[in-house]
Design a protein around this ligand. Structure first.
Ligand SMILES: O=C(O)CCC(=O)N[C@@H](CCC(=O)O)C(=O)O
Ligand code: ZN
Length: 344
């Protein structure tokens, strides 16, 4: 099994012959790393010595966000063939394999709205994305439980955005419910080239919010660039992020260069605008970039009997998408802010 996976590629086999991984299988590499393939697209690496970090790296929760998939595919292959050696425990999750195959965000349902139990909220409604969200949750739970002696739990859920962004790389910091924001995590984001941070102020059903809330993990949704088909990413734009992730996994004690908060652009989410009617429309063009800002009173979107306006000067748009399902988030607005409380 080890030889086939190493030669043919874990992600390629997961997509082409998922039945090969219907049952969990483990093996030990020449460098003593223990590898467990839990399921298609779900693989774990545990070093022989005790790790200080339990790191979950996920990608492809949206099947057409290919650059993070290519980054983690390379990382997994490097760990499997021994070119890289992990010093920390790592669980790598390739989220939505069928959506990757059709080059779409999802097949039936947006998986990144199905966590924290949302996968089971509509009784009777079962589909591949709901089953997979539950499976991903369960594997994270088992991984963190098995790595109970580590000091730090981490989950970076890697994405790319549908639109271009004025600030190309940015991360969503889920609501922490009173826990402090972490300076060392922000420094790690900066090392990845992610210097724009959005502070979410409400509970959500995203993957990063799940790990943050259920396991007190340092968790982020990380937007590394713009959606492009497999093979069409300019990987030089991801070099910093890839190098920082590799150092995090392969160094015994990776410390990102320290930062001043002045190096970062911090926004807080001001409005979460959910689509209520089929006629929801945005009042700016399809090529308007994320972080384009507006003056107070400017209409950003409208639908039956309702207009959504910028509430303050400088309010900027993020993730606009009029095609989402009714009830789902169609637009975020963000405003500049500062971080008051940092814990390290
Ligand atoms: O560009 C877009 O419109 C969407 C990019 C994307 O998938 N973003 C995530 C953000 C999740 C979060 O808010 O933490 C998503 O919409 O699921
Ligand atoms: Zn995404």
């Amino acid at each position: 099994m080890q030889n086939i996976i190493t030669s043919q590629g874990f992600l390629a086999l997961s997509r082409q012959q998922p039945e090969m991984f219907d049952h969990s299988t483990s093996f030990t590499l020449a460098n003593n790393t223990r590898v467990t393939v839990h399921a298609p697209g779900i693989i774990e690496f545990v070093p022989s010595h005790s790790a200080t970090k339990a790191i979950v790296l996920s990608c492809g929760v949206h099947g057409n966000e290919t650059a993070p998939i290519e980054i983690l595919d390379d990382l997994v292959q490097g760990l499997l063939n021994g070119n890289l050696q992990c010093q920390q425990s790592v669980l790598v999750l390739f989220g939505n394999l069928p959506a990757m195959d059709i080059g779409e965000r999802f097949v039936e349902e947006n998986m990144n709205r199905l966590f924290s139990g949302a996968h089971s909220q509509a009784p009777g409604l079962v589909n591949d994305e709901r089953r997979r969200a539950l499976q991903l949750e369960q594997h994270i739970e088992h991984f963190y439980a098995a790595q109970s002696s580590v000091e730090t739990r981490i989950h970076y859920d890697l994405h790319t955005a549908i639109r271009a962004s004025k600030n190309e790389k940015f991360a969503v910091y889920p609501l922490l419910h009173g826990r402090n924001h972490s300076r060392s995590q922000l420094a790690f984001m900066a090392a990845c080239g992610v210097k724009t941070i959005l502070l979410s102020e409400s509970p959500t059903t995203t993957f990063s919010y799940f790990s943050s809330t259920a396991f007190n993990a340092h968790a982020f949704t990380v937007e590394l660039g713009k959606v492009r088909p497999f093979g069409q990413n300019d990987m030089t734009r991801f070099a910093e992020a890839k190098a920082a992730l590799l150092a995090l996994v392969c160094d015994r004690d990776y410390q990102p260069p320290s930062i001043s908060l002045d190096d970062l652009l911090i926004y807080r989410v001001n409005q979460v605008i959910n689509k209520q009617h089929a006629d929801f429309q945005l009042h700016f063009s399809d090529d308007t970039a994320n972080f384009t800002d507006y003056k107070a009173g400017q209409v950003l979107a409208s639908e039956t009997q309702r207009q959504y306006v910028a509430q303050q000067d400088g309010e900027a748009i993020v993730f606009p998408n009029a095609s989402v399902a009714i009830g789902q988030r169609a637009l975020l607005t963000v405003v500049p802010t500062t971080i008051e409380s940092l814990d390290d």
